[in-house]
Design a protein around this ligand. Structure first.
Ligand code: SAM
Ligand code: SF4
Length: 492
């Protein structure tokens, strides 16, 4: 029997990392590792890192300084602490991490975490271990599954990775280098994982991938299945009431996927569809492979299929060569689409990507000014969308207790957090809620006897909020930075 040891995993970046962190904990559970929620008492600390922007990567080194001090304090008390760096910074920087932060014992990339027990043994034997290979074996086949109790403890809404890597090579992005070529998991494996989640009480599943709608995994008929077909299969699984998927590339929004938003009621009416810029000149320089008109046409077709579809996006400001005119085109696109929320970033040159070597890099101060203006426009859209929900009755999947006693929190179909005074026994249930108020991007509501949600959808040819979103001045356009950071991480 393995000795019990304490594991602390901290995730940075996207949902893919949150999912990977959980799978690392699952892989280490049979070795006797029990997950804890703070680093202080841990025997093994894993930082699962993000390399998408320079700030995200640098954050890791300041975090490693803190972990080194914990390790030294533990050593002084006669306890060994192992520090591991995982994820995309590990993949991109490899041994350089140990050179810059010698307290680190183990560095491993996103494709190696199924080998964690071996890697830990290697680090113990040799002092240090580094593994940033893209192995040929399928890590998903070798991962342990969590127990039903552990799954349930993680909540009623779960992520499932269905696709990894990316072949698009947008000129600003490190993902194709850190996560490797596109690969899709077979349908049968995904279905088995979701069935296990459903048995443990999970009601909502978000299928995730760096470029999820490029999904082309092998179906039970040994032919490649599209994401639409996979979603239809998942919708047939007992116990699963809600489906989402993220992140999608506009070029891969196939007709069958658009139709799935019309035909499969379990697909929630919310879609993250990053556009990055509203300027064709910038889109071409980014090698996004779509124009502004392509994107707007796609939005039109999606809203025809699902009139109440809430759209979110990612934007980059200050890509090399972006002029005031290009930026104005981005601002006008925001109001033309009418987003329910969006992530926005200053362009961060990433070593090894074509963008980093482009001349005409934009000054930091201009990037900051543009970011503030863009975020104000996005906040106006979001506030208008939230206000349009007041008075409506929507189905809410309750996920956890609220901040105040007697309150519980769940998600609307549009992914907004909704706070309701209701018994904790409703956690894990879907109930109809009438929205009464909006504050700081959270909705507040009361339990309704029945949901008018479906009939409302049928009655509206276009969501009313879209007609209000343009050119609106919001009294509090900027989220505080902490709230924005949380939004960037979690989408709320
Ligand atoms: N696959 C998604 C797509 O095609 O849009 C995006 C994945 S990426 C992990 C998430 C977001 O980070 C991107 O949509 C982009 O807005 C932002 N991002 C990526 N590289 C960036 C960079 N070098 N500087 C600033 N933001 C960046
Ligand atoms: Fe990066 Fe997304 Fe472009 Fe792939 S499609 S290179 S993940 S931004």
């Amino acid at each position: 029997m393995n000795k019990t040891r304490k594991l602390y995993v901290k995730s940075f970046g996207c949902q893919m990392n949150v999912y990977d962190s959980q799978r690392m904990a699952d892989t280490l559970a049979p070795e006797g590792y029990v997950e804890i929620s703070s680093a202080g008492a841990a025997d093994l600390i894993i930082l699962n890192t993000c390399h998408i922007r320079e700030k995200a990567a640098e954050k890791i080194y300041s975090e490693l300084g803190r972990m080194r001090r914990l390790k030294e304090a533990a050593a002084a008390a006669g306890r060994r602490v192992v520090i591991a760096v995982a994820g995309c910074v590990a993949q991109a920087e490899g041994e350089e991490i140990i050179r810059r932060a010698p307290a680190v014992d183990l560095v491993f990339g996103p494709q190696s975490y199924h080998r964690l027990p071996d890697l830990l043994a290697r680090a113990e034997r040799d002092g240090k271990a580094v593994d940033t290979e893209f192995p040929v074996d399928d890590k998903f086949d070798r991962l342990a599954s969590p127990s039903s109790a552990v799954t349930r403890g993680r909540g009623v809404a779960a992520f499932v990775t269905v696709q990894e890597g990316c072949d698009k090579f947008c000129t600003f992005c490190v993902v194709p280098y850190t996560r490797g070529a596109e690969m899709s998991r077979p349908v049968i494996k995904i279905v088995a994982e979701i069935e296990r989640l459903a048995e443990a009480g999970v009601r909502e599943v978000t299928l995730i991938g760096q470029n999820v709608n490029a999904y082309h995994g092998e179906g039970p008929d040994e032919r490649p299945w599209s994401l639409a077909r996979l979603l239809a299969r998942c919708a047939a699984l007992p116990g699963i009431d809600r489906l989402r998927y993220t992140t999608s590339h506009p070029r891969d929004m196939a007709n069958d996927l658009i139709a799935a938003h019309r035909d499969i009621p379990k697909i929630m009416p919310q879609l993250h569809l990053p556009v990055q810029s509203g300027s064709d000149r910038v889109l071409a320089a980014m090698k996004r492979r779509h124009t502004r008109a392509d994107y707007l046409d796609l939005v039109g077709r999606l809203r025809e299929a699902r009139p109440d579809l809430a759209l979110t996006s990612d934007f980059i400001v200050g890509f090399p060569g972006e002029t005031d005119e290009d930026f104005a085109a981005t601002l006008s696109l925001v109001d033309e689409v009418g987003y329910s929320g969006a992530f926005s970033f200053k362009y961060s040159p990433r070593p090894g990507t074509p963008g980093a070597n482009m001349s005409a890099q934009v000054k930091e101060q201009i990037k900051s000014e543009r970011l503030a203006r863009l975020q104000a426009a996005i906040d106006n859209n979001q506030a208008a969308f939230n206000r349009s929900c007041v008075g409506r009755t929507v189905d809410v999947l309750f996920e956890r207790p609220g901040r105040h006693p007697g309150q519980i929190v769940g998600r609307s179909p549009y992914l907004q957090p909704v706070q309701v005074e209701a018994p904790a026994s409703l956690i894990g249930e879907i109930a109809a809620v009438t929205i009464t108020e909006v504050a700081s991007n959270s909705l507040f509501g009361v339990l309704a006897s029945s949901s008018r949600y479906d009939t409302e959808v049928a009655e509206h040819s276009a969501p009313a909020w879209r007609h209000h979103s343009a050119h609106r001045t919001d009294p509090s356009p900027n989220l505080p930075s902490q709230a924005r950071e949380k939004f960037e991480r979690t989408g709320v």
